[in-house]
Design a protein. Structure first.
Length: 449
């Protein structure tokens, strides 16, 4: 891998005052925004439109869209649909789960703190999409018509696809899961504490499907291993990383790094092992492999369930009907416009694209989708925004060290900061993750970055 690159005027590992100010002001999440020079809505004149815009989902993507659209349209007619009132800073759940963040309240917020007052909030859940009639139906029986639709539902975490698994089990009998709320994160932290103290056989899993924050299972594994080394109890635990996929990470340089790094730390790797069942009472897990099913005992297991688009998307007319993204929202990977319904756009984890189920991707996608929606409303023949697949993962390898991984659809590294080597562990990405990215995330929700 390339050697560490630094400016000629600074020693390796040192940052100038200017660089630190740049990091502190926004962080990598805010800085790495390949938006093809699109203007922020706050920098452009508001357009005149009475078009009915419906946003489905009030997570990071949906709220970011609502904030940008409300600033870009004079007297907008925007409705957002989501029953959730709490807002979780999901990028922080990993740090909660391994005990790096002791206060679980740090990741708990409220949607009403970020939604613009001009946006109508329907506290309900979409049950079905009817794009042929420009309508959505909710579980509460409402029919809501739109002129333009933005789908930002996120993913559905499918515990039901693992026989015997239930969210009630998280934190008991050695069962952990960092996904997908603070309760699970805090329960996992207790299970990790017990593993660090007592030791045993630990199975760290990853499913065969696309998942939000694909680095999270790796971070939990590596941070847990580091905690045991810090506590002097590493020799008490046998750790295994068991993945349903053929590799460890989609970016090939980081994939290669992990294949050499994890065994050195005493974590053997098994691929194409899909967790299909768990027996909590006996502490046994069953995996589907190319050679047939196998069952293993464990003392601790980090369960990462398969993930899919929510049922109204994957089972409805807006989904890809065939191909590698079947069941995910069908969009053009560059414009984020639906391929069959031009008045529909998608942002966030629900979209069927090769990479990009991270908050950093939302930050890159939201201004592009908004710019393209506004162009569509204005009847422009060409859409101005193009998404290049940017995604980012501060891959934490131990407390105090991480690799700032940023890449695009071509799986090429696209580093935001020339003074951080994107191939090597460094303290700066850890500081970004631990201290800075949450503020940048909140600014993203408000449409400010």
């Amino acid at each position: 891998m390339p050697k560490n690159r630094t400016h000629a005027s600074e020693p390796a590992g040192k940052l100038s005052r200017r660089q630190l100010i740049k990091l502190s002001a926004a962080g990598a999440l805010a800085a790495a925004v390949p938006t093809t020079a699109l203007l922020s809505p706050r920098q452009a004149a508001a357009i005149q439109s009475k078009a009915r815009i419906v946003i489905v989902g009030a997570g990071a993507a949906g709220i970011s869209l609502a904030s940008r659209l409300s600033a870009a349209i004079d007297s907008p007619n925007i409705t957002i649909i989501d029953s959730r009132e709490a807002h979780y800073y999901q990028p922080g759940l990993t740090l909660v789960a391994v005990g790096a963040w002791k206060d679980v309240n740090k990741v708990i917020d409220r949607n009403d703190r970020y939604l613009p007052q001009s946006v109508r909030w329907v506290k309900d859940t979409v049950a079905a999409f009817n794009p042929d009639n420009n309508r959505v139906m909710t579980t509460g029986g409402q029919q809501i018509d739109y002129d333009y639709l933005m789908v930002a539902t996120g993913v559905e975490v499918r515990y039901d696809l693992i026989e015997g698994m239930s969210t009630d089990l998280i934190g008991q009998n050695g069962i952990a899961c960092v996904y997908d709320n603070p309760t699970h994160g805090a329960a996992t932290a207790r299970a990790v504490d017990e593993l660090v103290e007592r030791g045993g056989k630990a199975l760290m899993t990853r499913p065969f499907t696309a998942i939000k924050c694909a680095g999270a299972p790796l971070k939990v594994t590596l941070l847990t291993e580091h905690r045991m080394r810090e506590a002097g109890t590493r020799n008490r635990t046998e750790m295994h990383y068991i993945s349903g996929e053929a590799g460890l990470f989609s970016q090939p340089d980081i994939n290669k790094f992990l294949y050499s790094h994890m065994p050195v730390r005493g974590i053997p790797i098994r691929n194409r092992h899909e967790l299909i069942a768990i027996e909590p009472g006996r502490k046994e897990a069953t995996f589907r492999t190319p050679d047939g099913n196998i069952t293993e005992d464990y003392d601790f297991i980090h369960v990462v369930p398969p993930m899919t688009a929510p049922a109204p998307v994957r089972e409805g007319p807006l989904a890809w009907q065939e191909g590698p993204f079947t069941g995910w929202l069908e969009v053009d990977r560059h414009t984020l416009q639906h391929r069959r319904y031009p008045n529909v756009f998608g942002v966030g984890d629900v979209v069927g694209t090769p990479v990009g189920k991270t908050a950093a991707s939302v930050k890159a996608q939201a201004p592009i989708a908004v710019a393209n929606l506004l162009a569509t409303i204005q009847g422009r023949s060409e859409l101005p925004g193009r998404y290049n697949g940017y995604t980012s993962c501060p891959l934490i390898t131990e407390k105090g060290k991480a690799i700032l991984v940023e890449f695009d659809y071509e799986l090429k590294m696209v580093p935001s900061f020339g003074f951080i080597n994107p191939y090597e562990e460094h303290w700066v990405p850890w500081i970004l993750k631990d201290k800075m990215l949450q503020a940048a995330y909140q600014a993203m929700l408000r449409g400010r970055v």
